[in-house]
Design a protein around this ligand. Structure first.
Ligand code: 13P
Ligand code: SF4
Length: 326
């Protein structure tokens, strides 16, 4: 029987309840010389089986340098795609192909090409949360961890386009005094944090620091004591003397924060339309232990990209990795 990836986007095969999923994943990891890379936003049990858990920059650095033959990416599509572009000779698996990203989807390549054509003198900086096709139209990629450095690598008088996250772009414009033209995209999780909810939490917990990811909207960022990438937020709670933090980013990060600082308290910010008081990325949460097991067993779904797209998209990603080292 040939196991195909179902319309659903993953290998949809029954797994008997007696299968020890974690033990089997560990066995396949050894036997297939696989590395498991996971983003901070996936479920805690998936973070705990990863060889490396990190932010988008750290994950791409790992994907570029791994000696493994097989990369199992527990995250979303653009991340696995980036891993494939950086390691074209390796097999890259994403447990569920439908794990997308609202930011990446906000910038279809054809529409972006029309937009870019209106600004012939501009260079393009794209946030890594975008499709491989968009990367081919980009001069340098950035992540939230290195965006300032990447923007500052261009002369002050160089006009720039920043895509696809208008909130991150706007924040970087403020920090650097640039006037980058912004593509109108946003993260469906980070744009939904409730300012009223944050203010109420700050009043209720006056001893807490409020920290936020730069994908959040400006009114949220204006309230923050610290703004940074997921790794930066994690480092911040570790080094700050505060015991309590109100955190505006996806809920998966709480797992690493609690592990790193068992005595500290972390309070999630409600989203404007949340009923659970938390903020989950529904794309990240498509990853499950069973899907990881099945994708390792059948080595599907695999990320496949046209060679010319990989070649062109690799250039701005490599520029980012080079600039991040200096
Ligand atoms: P970082 O982990 O790079 O901060 O990115 C956050 C994010 O939204 C990833 O999708
Ligand atoms: Fe995309 Fe936002 Fe989900 Fe990150 S949290 S993958 S930016 S939708």
């Amino acid at each position: 029987m040939v196991e195909e990836v179902s319309e659903k986007g993953y290998v949809d095969m029954p797994v008997s309840p007696g299968v020890p999923l974690i033990r089997e994943i560990n066995r396949m990891r050894r036997e297939k010389n696989a590395v498991i890379l996971s983003h901070y936003y996936v479920e805690p049990e998936l973070q705990d089986i990863a060889d490396y858990v990190g932010d988008s920059l750290g994950l791409s650095q790992q994907a570029a340098s791994t000696q493994a033959d097989l990369i199992v990416f527990i995250g979303v599509h653009f991340m696995a795609e980036t891993a494939k572009i950086l390691s074209p000779g390796k097999k890259v698996l994403l447990p569920d192909l439908k794990a997308g990203c609202s930011l990446a989807e906000s910038a279809p390549a054809a529409k972006f090409a029309e937009f870019k054509a209106q600004y012939p003198d501009h260079k393009v900086i794209s946030y890594i949360n975008c499709s491989a096709d968009l990367k081919t139209m980009t001069d340098v990629i950035c992540t939230s961890a290195n965006a300032v450095k990447i923007v500052e690598s261009f002369p002050k008088n160089q006009p720039l386009i920043f895509a696809p996250d208008k909130n991150l772009g706007n924040y970087i414009n403020t920090l650097t005094g640039r006037n980058m033209v912004l593509w109108d995209g946003a993260c469906m999780v980070h744009e939904k944090f409730s300012v009223e909810g944050i203010v109420a939490l700050m009043e209720e917990h006056p001893d807490a620091e409020f920290i936020a990811h730069p994908e959040c909207e400006k009114p949220v960022l204006l309230l923050a004591h610290h703004i940074g990438s997921t790794t930066s937020l994690l480092h911040y709670v570790q080094k700050s003397p505060s015991r309590k933090f109100i955190v505006a980013t996806e809920s998966g990060i709480f797992h690493q924060m609690k592990k790193a600082c068992p005595g500290k308290t972390f309070i999630p910010v409600p989203s404007v339309d949340s009923t659970c008081g938390c903020s989950d990325c529904s794309f990240m949460k498509l990853n499950t232990l069973q899907k990881v097991y099945l994708c390792m067993k059948y080595e599907k779904p695999e990320i496949i990209l046209p060679p010319d797209v990989m070649e062109k998209a690799r250039i701005p990603i490599m520029r980012m990795l080079d600039l991040s080292q200096s």
